[in-house]
Write a protein that binds this ligand. Structure first.
Ligand code: UD1
Ligand code: CA
Length: 426
């Protein structure tokens, strides 16, 4: 059965207190919240609809530039989560497959969880399934209210809840699976007579019950996954949760993380066995690190980095959009950006690739072939290629390509003035 996803991303995100960035474009280790949600569904749905509203243009640009199968649908004004979903009704008029609804501010949910959720929906012949979980502190989430026989009754938002309802610890994850043809008419019938004056998506549960449809809840065991981001405090907490999960995965797969408390590694980084990550290392975005490498302490990989095997990236080294081939060392205090380093290359301390021209605002590439040795404190002014085996003397400012096996030196010759100091003192 066909599955399409609807991702709600139009809300203002008032509690983030951000003038410049819509909530769903805030980032966890180099990836936007919305990016996590889209990545989690893109492998098993045929099409994604992202509902945009607040900062619509930025969110739309983000979606267009990064996701081929995703469409954006404008919701303006933003009258609530139910109103948001109703925006896709014209696009799905004759559709009779499944619709998976998710929130753009819930990045921790896993792809496997979403697949299991859809399977549950199918195997229970459900018309409408909502994901729930148990929170010790359910504050701010919609509460799942059940009948005496434990079947679902409705969802009540925090602001509409009685003290009794507030005590309920089963909460709405904000993720739903619906048989579209059976549920779509609900969206014309939602009411906004609640504390927030909004059209609540959550009201489709009681609507479905009234229509005598098969409405179910899927209780998610790992409640961390549906942690929603509404404030900067939530963002920091979610980043920690995401990081802990990633580090565990690497350690289980044979990577040594010397200090998990000070190491940050993004979900989209692959790391080979026996690589050691030293403390205070920050790895964001998409990267691939091979086997037997030593990274850090205090290294910063900023995405688009490919490191092959037996590579050393030492302290205070920043790497961005670069390939570092096997047995190469970038030991200390370097910046390597927009670069390709061959095998058995040695980069002396303090070397940088000058990849950015601020006047033309363009970036250029540095290519170092196999066995190149760069002396300490050199500047490789891109675009530039150092051919195989060539050496650059310490302090080199390299503005031209260097041929194979040559030595390039740009410093003025050393002068020694005998007894100069003594004469000065006298
Ligand atoms: C919502 C649920 C709540 C649930 C929680 C889970 C409703 C009414 N409440 O509450 O039951 O426990 O999520 O995280 O659905 N959005 C729009 N258009 C709008 C309003 C919101 O696209 O008009 C988007 C937001 O950008 C956000 C998502 O919908 O991505 C959820 O909205 P938010 O205001 O965060 O709802 P919660 O209060 O968290
Ligand atoms: Ca939310």
């Amino acid at each position: 059965m066909d599955i399409k996803a609807v991702i709600l991303a139009a809300g203002k995100g008032t509690r983030m207190k951000s003038e410049t960035t819509p909530k769903v474009l805030h980032e966890i280790m180099g990836k936007t919240l919305l990016g996590y949600v889209l990545d989690n569904v893109k492998n098993f749905v045929s099409e994604e609809f992202v509902i945009v509203g607040h900062h619509a243009q930025e969110v739309e640009d983000f979606v267009k530039n990064n996701y081929d199968n995703a469409k954006t649908v404008l919701q303006s004004p933003q009258l609530g989560t139910g109103h948001a979903v109703s925006m896709v009704c014209p696009s799905l008029e004759n559709y009779d497959g499944l619709v998976l609804i998710l929130c753009g501010d819930t990045p921790l949910v896993r792809e496997e969880t979403l697949k299991a959720f859809v399977e549950f929906h199918k195997s229970h012949n459900s018309d409408l399934t909502v994901m729930s979980t148990i929170f010790d502190n359910p504050t701010n989430y919609g509460r799942i209210i059940r009948e005496a026989d434990n079947s679902l009754k409705c969802i009540v938002e925090e602001k509409d809840a009685t003290p009794e309802q507030k005590a309920v610890k089963e909460v709405n994850a904000g993720i739903y699976c619906l048989n579209w043809a059976k549920i779509k008419s609900a969206f014309g019938q939602l009411k906004s007579n609640n504390a927030q004056g909004e059209y609540y998506l959550t009201d489709i549960i009681s609507w479905g019950k009234e229509q005598k449809l098969n409405v179910n809840a899927y209780i998610l065991e790992d409640s961390d996954e549906i942690y929603g981001i509404n404030s900067r405090l939530n963002l920091a907490e979610a980043t920690k949760m995401m990081n802990r999960r990633n580090l565990e995965k690497y350690m289980i797969n044979g990577v040594t993380i010397v200090d998990p408390d000070s190491t940050w590694i993004s979900e989209d980084t692959e790391i080979g066995q026996d690589t050691i990550i030293y403390p205070a290392t920050y790895i964001e975005g998409k990267n691939k690190i091979g086997k037997n490498c030593k990274i850090g302490p205090c290294a910063h990989l900023r995405g688009g980095v490919e490191i092959v095997d037996n590579v050393k990236v030492g302290n205070f080294v920043e790497v961005k959009k670069a390939k570092i081939s096997s047995n190469t060392n970038v030991g200390h205090l370097s910046y390597i950006g927009d670069a390709e380093l061959g095998e058995h290359v040695n980069i002396g301390a303090g070397t940088i690739t000058a990849n950015y021209d601020p006047l033309s605002k363009t970036k250029s590439k540095t290519i170092l072939k196999d066995n190149v040795k760069i002396g300490s404190n050199s500047v490789l002014v891109a675009p530039v290629t150092v051919e195989e085996g060539a050496n650059v003397g310490a302090g080199g400012i390299i503005t031209k390509d260097i041929p194979s096996w040559a030595l390039a030196i740009t410093r003025s010759p050393l002068k020694i003035l005998e007894n100069w100091v003594k004469k000065k003192i006298r």
